[in-house]
Design a binder for this molecule. Structure first.
Ligand code: AMP
Length: 492
């Protein structure tokens, strides 16, 4: 899972400061590497490992000139995770194109083998490089056939070629030097992508991003959520064309609402915040209907479960308390390479307030349980802080299947829910009672924000993948690669 932003501003402005702000706003989507490329009469690129604030110095910002650019924060899923794998990627010949994406190309290896003659090598192991190559090759063919010119039809044609050849999940933003900016989303619309505009005394500005919070922080009005198989093109003269280019079967990722996105974002016109509140309300109803014990206090596991926990507490008519204090300067613990370092960093990240636990029956709420290590440690923390009983509620169903679309969760056998009943998971975690949000209730809660959304990708909860290209062999190949990366912290 990554975050990106693209900005096309009026002539003469520099978009780099807005791209920087946007990247800070989606830092939660990837903390491994960051990058930005802008265009004047040449490409200006800066990308490296690290947080946004570490990657860009004042010196880089001065050099990142130009009224069009794209930026990216990376959360590694596929690839060797070297600096060269950081995005953006660009080509200079025969047409200058720079690109960023969020997602995962599932037929990366096949595409690579079919497109590159023996001896030819890509510059990285990042799947975007292959996607860019497909796009660029389609454009270059048109460019040559037309004797060195291109227009928006050629850009839509190139997007169509990507839809035909590239499988998996991808939301993409690219700019083509001296031609315009294009944004598009895979035919299943798995990854989010939104679009916004603003006008000031200097002219019209256009922006696209993985999450609407990026538009908010830069003062854009969200005008569009790009649909599945759709593309938006802004030409050099600032004309906007929005078109259906490929097949459409919308199955946006439900896990974006559960965990990944910021609560202040809208995805496909659905508020993440309100969805999480609906998750909490539904979970409260389920808790009561199932005859679960009544706790004294509801305590969220910060941060993603807070909104749901508040709504759950109010549904149960029980006190809500912040009993776990988070050190906000520690990154997400999940991305630590191995169990030992993950355990240590959980302690570093969270501390219990005994005042809220001592002698009480406590209901902890979290957004998801993956391997169960985080939850187990937190449950122990609650007991150490004096809790009499510890109950646990999760705002999503049991995770059981790996995600080939860009969420790096776990291998099948690493999921605590793999082959265990809810009671067995409860005893693994050491809790007195455990309830997961019902899958149907979760989908209903998200769809309520936009009745046009008929279904969501639930693959990580069911093992049923919406795109037909996900075969057992492909899943195994992805798992093997992730496994190798995890067991070798040097490359993490
Ligand atoms: P675990 O100890 O493996 O059960 O970790 C569960 C915690 O990780 C939950 O509190 C989630 O908030 C968080 N989480 C879930 N999925 C991911 C992910 N793909 N990347 C990072 N963190 C995650």
């Amino acid at each position: 899972m990554c975050g990106f932003i693209g900005i096309f501003g009026p002539d003469g402005v520099d978009v780099a400061p807005e791209i920087y702000e946007g990247l800070l706003a989606v830092q939660h989507r990837g903390q491994d590497a960051a990058g930005m490329i802008t265009y004047t009469d040449r490409f200006n690129l800066r990308k490296s490992h690290g947080l946004v604030s570490e990657v860009f110095t004042e010196e880089h910002m001065v050099q990142l000139r130009g009224h069009v650019g794209v930026g990216h924060v990376r959360y590694p899923t596929v690839g060797e995770n070297r600096s060269e794998d950081a995005q953006p990627f660009h080509h200079t010949f025969p047409i200058g194109t720079a690109m960023v994406h969020n997602g995962n190309v599932t037929n990366f290896a096949e595409l690579h083998d079919s497109m590159f003659a023996k001896g030819t090598r890509l510059n990285s192991t990042c799947d975007l490089e292959v996607l860019l190559y497909v796009f660029q090759q389609a454009l270059a063919e048109r460019y040559q056939a037309k004797g060195g010119s291109l227009d928006e039809e050629d850009v839509f044609h190139a997007v169509g070629c990507v839809y035909e050849k590239v499988k998996g999940a991808y939301s993409v933003c690219a700019f083509i030097a001296d031609l315009g900016m294009v944004a598009f989303r895979d035919p299943y619309g798995i990854k989010p992508i939104c679009f916004g505009e603003k006008t000031d005394e200097r002219g019209r500005w256009f922006a696209c991003a993985s999450e609407s919070v990026v538009l908010d922080v830069n003062g854009y009005r969200r005008t569009l959520d790009i649909g599945p198989g759709e593309a938006v093109f802004i030409s050099h003269d600032r004309t906007l064309t929005h078109r259906k280019v490929g097949p459409q079967r919308h199955t946006p990722c439900i896990f974006e609402y559960v965990y990944f996105s910021r609560p202040d974002s809208f995805l496909d016109d659905v508020s993440v915040y309100k969805t999480r509140r609906r998750f909490g309300k539904a979970l409260g109803k389920q808790w009561k209907a199932g005859g679960a014990p009544t706790p004294d206090v509801v305590i969220p596991i910060p941060d993603s479960s807070r909104d749901a926990a508040m709504a759950m507490a109010s549904e149960l008519k029980i006190r809500y308390r912040e009993g776990l204090v988070k050190n906000r300067y520690i990154g997400r613990t999940f991305i630590m390479p191995n169990h030992q370092s993950r355990s240590t960093s959980i302690r570093r990240k969270l501390n219990a307030l005994p005042l809220e636990f001592k002698g009480k029956d406590v209901l902890l709420v979290d957004d998801s349980i993956v391997r169960g290590n985080t939850s187990r440690r937190i449950v122990q923390m609650a007991r150490d802080a004096g809790a009499r009983r510890v109950y646990f509620a999760v705002t999503s169903p049991p995770l059981v299947a790996p995600c080939p679309y860009g969420v790096d969760m776990a291998s099948k056998t690493e999921f605590v829910a793999d082959g265990r009943t809810v009671d067995e998971i409860a005893s693994f975690l050491g809790v007195d009672h455990l309830v997961y949000l019902d899958r149907e209730a979760m989908n209903i809660a998200a769809a309520k924000g936009n009745p046009r959304l008929e279904s969501f990708c639930n693959a990580c909860f069911t093992g049923e993948y919406p795109t037909p290209d996900v075969t057992l062999e492909r899943l195994k190949a992805i798992e093997d690669e992730r496994g190798a990366r995890r067991s070798n912290p040097a490359v993490c």
